[in-house]
Design a protein around this ligand. Structure first.
Ligand SMILES: [Zn+2]
Ligand SMILES: [Zn+2]
Length: 145
């Protein structure tokens, strides 16, 4: 294993930070962690050895929790809370607004159907998140377990 930030070889694979530059293991996009060759920052695979350079979701402190997003979808999906959490703001606002309109018009039969429909939508999305069918957030960052 090599430091992705400075290309220094780790003393041991169990090292959690680079002793040369201090970068946490797996952070940085200058070098291949497998062969230590320089890599273009935009490249998703190492052109020298072929390993994937995509960051491990578990190493990304900004990664959203799959479990949290899924549970939010299942329990509060009608209000788009899981989509707000994941950064799918547009979809979240649509769900929230439709639910509010549905609740306000629930004295009419159609309002009840709208609320029910949005609830099912949120529930299905929550399940899809938990099953890994939805596995990135609104910024394309992979979700972590
Ligand atoms: Zn380093
Ligand atoms: Zn490589």
């Amino acid at each position: 294993m090599y430091c992705k930030h400075c290309g220094e070889k780790y003393q041991t694979d169990e090292a959690v930070i680079c002793v040369k530059c201090g970068a946490p293991k797996g952070q940085g996009n200058n070098f291949c962690p497998n062969c230590g060759q320089p890599t273009p920052p935009t490249s998703s695979v190492c052109l020298s050895c072929g390993v994937s350079l995509a960051p491990n979701p578990a190493d990304n402190p900004n990664a959203k929790s799959k479990i949290a997003a899924g549970l939010l979808g299942i329990f509060l999906g009608a209000f788009g809370v899981h989509n707000f959490y994941l950064g799918y703001t547009q979809k979240a606002v649509i769900q929230l607004v439709c639910s509010i309109i549905g609740i306000l018009t629930s004295c009419l039969v159609v309002g009840g159907f709208v609320v029910l429909g949005i609830e099912i939508w949120g529930l299905v999305e929550g399940i899809m998140i938990l099953c890994g069918k939805i596995n990135v957030d609104g910024n394309g960052v992979p979700l972590k377990d």
